[in-house]
Design a protein around this ligand. Structure first.
Ligand code: ZN
Ligand code: ZN
Length: 657
């Protein structure tokens, strides 16, 4: 898998004017939706698409929480109708119906099957001819359903414990159904049905009645689609009209969860199918429907999927609001655990980050310039790594994504490539062992260098006897714990830091700070390499092995994260101009350091920060993010101010479209 920058996606956006018009109209009606698709890019844009109601209505395939049938958006309906109206042959027509079968209410499936069957048997028939044949034979659908229910009732008589009078009533109704050869008028059937089921003793009578009646009514409705008056066509051809009639029932519609709260209040919306919508008065309609729990769970699952597919970006929290609404005291139908772990972490990140550009792919890190990845890309990449079946596949995957490897891990990855090239038969665990050993040697060498540097410094400067002893204590400890470290033992960052504090930190010498700096040279980088070489057992298990877990760690740190240019703790504003995107690797290392200190240590920021802001200007321009036009300039000025002479970058960026 190659992770592509956002510009490689197919983006269709309406011009700004249209968007504004849309925003105005979308709160009043949804009719504008049918004008066409406006949002096909998988990333979130600030603009009309952030509107929760619009996003919900654009979902296809969500199951109705009342009846459990899959629902369809207006735009998708339009798409299918267009295709159906253009179908020239019966084969084309049947193909369109079969391809989109999931969007049609189950009760229409027998009809679709008949049309498809005819298309296979007699493809030379025209569509009107075929519809006539299906119409003539459609009585079989209703009679078939009646016989099936008659059969079901006979089975019920054998399996359920029923009173004698119930047995007689059900038996007589079953016989009535089984002996039908001509479709009875709906009214006649209805009377017979109520006569039987309204007067049963059984506590389960509602359930039986629901199952029987639902199937038979569905069959009546299915057949009914084929019969209409000419005026009803309203300009449509019969082949289009029939499809439209069927899809009307699957149309997704918005209803309020809490009737008295405003419509645009985040989670106060629920999608319901066109058939259930007219009967929905309050949320109790859903809560009291048969299979309520299963259907609400399915709905939560569908919304979860939509979040994972970025179809509810900016409104991911909707699912929590929805779950809260679905539960009333004493009747908890949904749990938070109905939302998948991936979705939960996605929502968590979204709420935490509050940095609009974190959703855009390919942004160069403001500090090291690496091409960052988004949280979603990380999840994808982790899955791809997990799926690798051998070290070669893993090597190839890493190669494809090599521009996302933090510079400090490039040596490690080079080593990984080399060992596989050299030993074609090597196993995953052998690769891992080799890398860990090599990493340990690097660490030893580095620590030895640190010790020697400190020693030379002590020899050339004035330290008294006690001070020298303290410094020696530190060197002795480092040699023992970090240089002659046995294989398999991890480097503990916190232990090392504590040792520095307990020894060098206690000195009363003007050179104390210098010594501590020396001891900490490249410390976080060294530590991070050792850290990723030793993934915790649980993570390794999740990743499908230690090696894979390590590789996940290599890429994990390329994720774009937000850094407050002036730390919040130092009084910095939580405003957009005070935010800059850093890769996680740089962000962790920067920690709480003021920009002035960080920039002095990382002069490459002078080259990379303008690169970063330029890329963001491109996004702002492309997405017509009017409210962000001044962002690059303000962010640049903020950085220049806080770096106090350590950053010299341009402040003019081209953002306007
Ligand atoms: Zn429904
Ligand atoms: Zn970076």
């Amino acid at each position: 898998m190659k992770i592509l920058p956002v510009i490689n996606y197919n983006i269709h956006l309406l011009p700004v004017q249209k968007q504004q018009q849309f925003r105005r109209e979308s709160t009043l009606s949804t009719s504008f939706l049918s004008a066409g698709t406006f949002y096909t890019c998988p990333v979130n844009f600030a603009g009309a698409s952030n509107n929760l109601q619009v996003q919900l209505l654009n979902l296809d395939g969500v199951h109705c929480p009342c009846c459990g049938e899959a629902m369809i958006s207006t735009s998708k309906t339009g798409e299918i109708l267009k295709k159906a109206s253009r179908a020239k042959s019966l084969t084309d027509y049947a193909g369109i119906l079969v391809q989109n079968k999931e969007y049609f209410h189950k009760k229409y499936h027998p009809l679709i099957n008949s049309i498809n069957g005819l298309a296979k048997k007699a493809p030379e028939k025209t569509i009107p001819e075929a519809l006539q044949i299906v119409r003539n034979g459609s009585f079989k659908i209703v009679i078939g359903a009646m016989h099936k229910q008659g059969h079901y009732l006979n089975e019920l008589l054998e399996t359920e414990k029923l009173s004698a009078s119930d047995q007689i009533k059900i038996k007589s109704f079953a016989d009535y159904l089984n002996n039908i050869t001509l479709i009875p008028k709906k009214k006649e059937y209805d009377e017979k049905f109520h006569e039987t089921f309204d007067n049963l003793d059984s506590a389960d009578k509602k359930k039986f009645a629901y199952l029987v009646n639902n199937s038979i009514m569905s069959a009546y409705n299915c057949r009914g689609v084929l019969f209409y008056d000419k005026e009803q066509l309203n300009g449509l051809s019969p082949q289009t009209f029939i499809v439209k009639r069927m899809l009307d029932f699957s149309q997704n519609t918005l209803k309020k969860i809490f009737i008295n709260r405003p419509d645009n209040n985040g989670g106060n919306n629920i999608l319901i199918c066109g058939e259930c919508a007219p009967r929905y008065k309050t949320f109790n309609f859903i809560r009291n429907a048969p299979y309520a729990k299963e259907r609400l769970e399915q709905y939560a699952q569908d919304i979860s999927n939509a979040i994972n597919e970025n179809k509810l970006s900016g409104n991911n929290g909707y699912i929590y609001d929805f779950i809260k609404a679905a539960n009333v005291p004493g009747k908890n139908l949904l749990k938070m655990s109905n939302v998948s772990g991936i979705t939960q972490s996605k929502i968590f990140y979204e709420r935490k980050r509050n940095y609009i550009f974190e959703q855009y792919e390919g942004i160069p890190c403001a500090s090291c310039g690496i091409e960052t990845i988004t949280h979603d890309q990380k999840v994808k990449l982790f899955n791809e790594i997990k799926k690798c079946e051998n070290v070669y596949e893993l090597k190839n995957l890493v190669k494809i994504n090599e521009n996302h490897i933090p510079s400090d891990f490039r040596k490690l990855v080079k080593r990984f490539n080399a060992i596989i090239d050299k030993n074609p038969d090597i196993s995953e665990s052998e690769v891992m062992e080799y890398l860990q050993k090599a990493g340990k040697e690097d660490l030893s060498k580095h620590m030895l260098k640190v010790c020697e540097k400190i020693k030379t410094f002590v020899d050339n400067n004035n330290f008294n006897f006690v001070e020298k002893e303290i410094i020696n204590d530190f060197i002795f400890w480092v040699k023992q714990e970090c240089v002659d470290m046995p294989y398999g033992q991890e480097f503990h960052y916190s232990n090392y830091n504590k040792m520095i504090e307990d020894t060098l930190g206690t000195l009363h010498n003007s050179n104390r700070a210098k010594l501590i700096d020396m001891a900490k040279t490249r410390l976080k980088e060294v530590y991070m390499e050792d850290y990723i070489l030793h993934p915790p057992a649980e993570l390794a298990k999740q990743a499908g092995g230690i090696l894979k877990s390590m590789m996940q760690n290599v890429f994990k740190l390329t994720v774009i994260t937000v850094d407050h240019t002036e730390a919040l703790a130092a009084g910095g504003a939580d405003e957009y101009f005070n935010k800059t995107g850093y890769c996680k690797f740089c962000n962790i290392q920067k920690g709480k350091k003021p920009l002035e200190v960080w920039a002095a240590q990382h002069p490459e920021i002078n080259k990379n920060l303008p690169k970063h802001l330029k890329y963001i200007s491109g996004i702002i321009k492309r997405e017509h993010m009017k409210e962000m036009y001044d962002y690059p300039e303000k962010a640049a000025r903020q950085a220049i101010r806080l770096a106090r002479g350590k950053i010299h970058i341009p402040t003019d960026y081209d953002t306007r479209d």
